[in-house]
Design a protein. Structure first.
Lengths: 482, 499
């Protein structure tokens, strides 16, 4: 299977070598051939994609993503197109409106081909919590693609789409990007509108792209960024042409390495690959400085109070009254109980219970309030660190992809997958995962974090590394492996 | 109850009441989406994905709602929290689409204010604990047979303020006066229509009793479902008696929520303390903190109208009106504005007050019109008063003219001319008529001279009749007296003639 970047597709359209409808047809063909084994998609909208692409045929090539096929994680609402968040409770839910990112991508000329699999309501790190199907890692079909945006990561990794959007609440873009050997970017909280993103934890959720290259990530980020009057937490920061400043290099850039990073559970192969990546940046003229993030060790615990607390409230609307699944029952209370018992999976229930408990009268101060205080300390750690450096480099995930089923019975082990990604969500800062090699034949990623709204510097460092790392990620050999 | 009647027992307990009043703000659109707030639309037509709580939707705060809440809080003498926030109040109910209500928990927009009421001629301050902004829920309609419930989400997301009083209210009557004061202030500030029958003003009450002299509050109950001011007073009266009976029988009042039952005029238990909700409040992460700039605050403060009680004091102090008149005129902002417009046209305040409180309000009551739609404009009323003052028509004629002005919308001068009602004050014109009346009524003249002063009225009346009511009674009076002289002193009879 030939793999194409966003940039290549736009260039071919500009040169008149292909029409949008031809690209859409090729992409749909790729999905047909590969997705049977990967399971990245919950729904492929062949008809809609072809019709949309045809409507672009013959039109002037305008917009950075003109004619580019892409996929959306299935927690991003699309008017008229089923959106389930991979949950039984929304199994037949068809939104009456589209997410702002979907509208923005449409105006940039992109062509939506389908909705990707995920952990139910984005709760998980392996996509195994989908109510509908597992997704397999294209590099090793016995392994998970990571999560919760595993479908989007796998779809890009397998070459089924040149880009896809995911959402990142505690690492749900970066960790699957690392597992699947693609680029995954979590923008600054507030950079991209959340309107139309089915909420998991509102103060942490952020939409971002999966791409094959950093440059593509910059192009997609530019298309989806900006203040949205429908999202009060989106920020009115100027949207830069992120792809323009990528080639200025890293000479003099101060790259922070975290001296007090938690190494328990960190795979030595991952550690080595990340150290090599930092050495590459240093070799290109970056200055490596030591920084401390003393409170990051509490990040996972903090996150598992704040995120479930918000989730317990965000998921209250799935009550069977207005839309989605409704169980038959004789009384209102019974209807609520049965609808939610049948509609939600185990992990979602676990988090609703944790969150409800953390917010309960008498426990709020001990749990939720303390977690918020710790969140402030974690944010202050980053403020101090960024006085000494411009970006921070660290592993994305502590290990390469694990096997399906391996961690399903051990939620705490599963939660530790996000130990390096969660701090950025708590601090609201941008982070990117870039492939930095193969460990035991599996992709691993280096994570680069930056100051709030300084995606430009993060992308510049990531791009420099990508250009200088000295290898190309191999394309997974899906076709022969069936 | 050991031989003591409830009314006797009541005298030994002090009633303590606090009210929670919900007021719908009259914004055009809802607090977190662009849907209309109009009342009475067909069910579920003023709705959108946001107020229906569809997955992925987010609230966006309507600044107009903040402005009205700010105005209300200032009018209630509150301290404004210029940096405040919204919180989620979590509970499940079908009329609450998101499973939580966006409200303000620990940082309300206004705190620590007060309202003044007048009880038995004395001013009394009722403290306000807080004023906070929140969204309304939808409306559930239960099938009478209990088989199903329908929900109308038109009201979902209509902006509300909740006004929580301190437990400063000491009787059901004070509670009603407090509510009337709140309603009047809200109307003055143009914050709400305060139509209790449409639900744009709703009231819950907390009530407890304690022996007079005791500092600690007694156990309270919460009362709900009172849909008129009168019912608030009645529910509280019933509840005070019920608690009195419980306490004087040596029992304890249970902490519970009770519902007023209009049919029986009693309160019935809804839920006990054990069934109370844990709302799990936490800061609303979908909204940023609400910051009210100094500039905004000062602009709203500057735009506040004169409030009813201040206006009332001014009418007494500056316009010399009796306190009663001032109270009647200021009860409704529209009436006060009408009155002030009449005075602004040069009318005498007391005379204007008589007209407004009398013919104007009576006619409005009879026709069911609001003062804003009064067919006699303030300028025309002032014009009518001028005609009386100038002696062109009598006060009695003026009242007839007013009726015609009301029906036709014409000004006084036109009506007087068209009706040929102009008063005759010209002595030359009246002298011949007076002479003729005196000549034709020797008996009355004789009576008058012998001390029956009431006979003068008969002579004036005859003159008025002869002129079809147009004669100026004062002039007629004078002309007659010039001709028949003074009555004999010391004679018995009535008082002085009343022209």
């Amino acid at each position: 299977m030939s793999v194409h970047t966003v940039k290549e597709i736009v260039a071919s359209l500009r040169r008149g070598e292909a029409k949008p409808s031809e690209w859409a047809a090729r992409i749909l063909e790729c999905i047909r051939r590969a997705d049977g084994r990967v399971g990245a998609f919950l729904h492929v909208d062949e008809e809609g994609a072809l019709a949309r692409a045809k409507s672009l045929d013959g039109q002037p090539v305008e917009g950075t993503l003109f004619g580019v096929p892409y996929a959306l994680k299935d927690n991003i609402c699309t008017a008229g197109l089923r959106t389930t968040a991979a949950s039984r409770i929304l199994e037949n839910y068809v939104p009456p409106y589209s997410a702002t990112v979907a509208d923005k991508l449409a105006s940039a000329g992109a062509v939506l081909v389908g909705k990707t699999n995920m952990d139910e309501f984005a709760m998980g790190s392996s996509t195994e919590n989908s109510a509908f199907q597992p997704t397999r890692n294209p590099y090793d079909l016995e392994r998970v693609p990571g999560g919760s945006s595993g479908g989007s990561a796998a779809a890009v990794a397998a070459g089924m789409v040149p880009f896809a959007l995911g959402s990142d609440t505690g690492g749900s873009i970066r960790q699957p990007a690392a597992f699947c050997g693609v680029v995954g970017l979590k923008p600054t909280y507030g950079r991209v509108s959340r309107y139309g993103l089915i909420a998991f934890a509102s103060s942490l959720d952020q939409i971002g792209p999966f791409t094959r290259t950093v440059e593509d990530a910059a192009l997609v980020l530019e298309a989806i960024s900006g203040f949205d009057p429908h999202d009060s937490t989106s920020v009115d920061e100027p949207v830069e042409r992120f792809a323009d400043g990528l080639d200025t290099g890293v000479r003099g850039l101060r790259v922070g390495v975290v001296t007090d990073i938690q190494e328990e559970g960190l795979h030595p192969g991952v550690k080595q690959a990340v150290e090599q990546a930092i050495a590459v940046l240093q070799g290109a003229g970056a200055e490596v400085v030591e920084v401390s993030l003393p409170h990051s060790r509490y990040a996972v615990a903090t996150y598992y109070l704040i995120a479930p607390a918000e989730a317990s409230s965000n998921l209250a609307r799935y009550d069977g009254v207005r839309y989605g699944r409704r169980a038959d029952a004789d009384t209102l209370l019974e209807m609520y109980e049965r609808t939610r018992s049948e509609g939600f999976g185990m992990e979602v229930k676990r988090r609703i219970i944790i969150g409800t408990y953390a917010l309960s009268s008498g426990y709020y101060d001990a749990y939720y309030r303390r977690a918020q205080q710790m969140r402030t300390l974690i944010r202050q750690d980053f403020d101090r660190a960024f006085e000494r450096c411009d970006v921070i480099a660290l592993p994305t995930a502590p290990t390469p992809a694990f096997k399906l089923g391996e961690q399903l019975d051990d939620p705490l082990q599963m939660y530790l997958n996000d130990m390096y990604t969660i701090p950025a969500n708590l601090a609201g800062i941008p982070g990117i995962s870039v492939p930095c090699g193969l460990v035991e034949g599996l992709p691993v990623g280096v994570q680069i974090l930056g100051r709030a709204f300084d995606e430009q510097t993060v992308l510049r460092a990531a791009h420099a590394y990508e250009q200088l790392r000295g290898f190309e990620m191999p394309v997974p050999a899906l076709e022969g492996s069936a | 109850m050991s031989g003591v009647s409830v009314s006797e027992a009541r005298a030994s307990y002090e009633t303590v009441i606090g009210l929670e009043v919900h007021v719908e703000l009259k914004t055009r659109s809802k607090i977190f989406c662009g849907c209309s707030t109009s009342f009475g639309a067909p069910p579920n037509t003023n709705v959108c994905p946001v107020c229906l709580g569809h997955p992925g939707t987010l609230p966006v705060l309507n600044e107009g709602a903040v402005e009205l809440a700010l105005r209300a809080a200032l009018a209630l003498n509150c301290r404004i929290n210029q940096d405040c926030k919204f919180d989620r109040k979590n509970y499940f109910y079908p009329d609450l689409p998101k499973g939580y209500q966006i409200s303000q928990y620990d940082q309300p927009i206004g705190e620590d204010g007060y309202v003044e009421i007048e009880v038995g001629g004395e001013r009394k301050r009722i403290g306000i604990v807080r004023v906070h902004l929140e969204e309304d829920a939808g409306k559930s309609m239960h099938a009478p047979d209990g088989s199903h419930t329908l929900v109308d989400y038109n009201r979902t997301g209509v902006p509300l303020i909740e006004i929580v009083s301190k437990p400063d209210i000491r009787s059901p009557e004070e509670a009603r006066l407090y509510l009337e004061a709140i309603k009047s202030i809200m109307e003055y500030c143009d914050v709400s229509d305060c139509r209790m029958e449409e639900g744009s003003l709703r009231c819950d009450a907390n009530i407890s009793l304690r022996p007079f002299g005791q500092r600690e509050f007694g156990q309270k109950t919460e009362l709900k479902n009172m849909n008129s001011f009168r019912n608030v007073q009645r529910a509280l009266e019933y509840e005070a008696e019920r608690q009195t009976a419980v306490l004087s029988a040596g029992g304890v009042v249970e902490q519970e929520t009770r519902r007023f039952d209009e049919a029986t005029q009693t309160t019935v238990s809804m839920r006990s303390k054990e069934e109370a909700h844990d709302y799990r409040y936490f800061p609303e992460p979908d909204l940023v903190r609400l910051h009210i700039s100094d500039e905004w605050l000062e602009r709203v403060r500057g735009s506040l109208p004169e409030l009813p009680l201040a206006k009332r004091d001014r009418y007494v102090a500056e316009l010399g009106l009796p306190p009663y008149d001032a109270g009647v005129l200021t009860a409704d902002r529209g009436v006060a504005e009408y009155f002030e417009a009449v005075v602004a046209c040069g009318a005498d305040p007391k005379t204007a007050s008589n007209w407004v409180m009398g013919d104007v309000l009576a006619s409005l009551k009879a026709t069911g019109e609001r003062i804003q739609a009064c067919p006699v404009s303030p300028a025309n009323l002032a014009g009518l008063m001028k005609q009386v003052e100038a002696g062109r028509i009598s006060i009695k004629q003026a009242r007839d003219v007013f009726k015609i002005m009301w029906d036709t919308g014409k000004d006084a001068e036109t009506v007087i001319r068209e009706q040929g009602m102009e008063q005759i004050s010209d002595e030359g014109m009246l002298a011949a008529i007076v002479d003729e009346v005196i000549a034709n009524n020797p008996k009355s003249v004789e009576d008058y001279r012998s001390g029956k002063t009431k006979a003068l009225a008969a002579l004036v009346g005859q003159t008025m009749k002869a002129t079809k009511g147009k004669a100026n009674p004062a002039v007629v009076n004078k002309l007659i007296l010039e001709r028949i002289g003074s009555p004999d002193s010391g004679a018995s009879g009535g008082g002085p003639a009343d022209a």
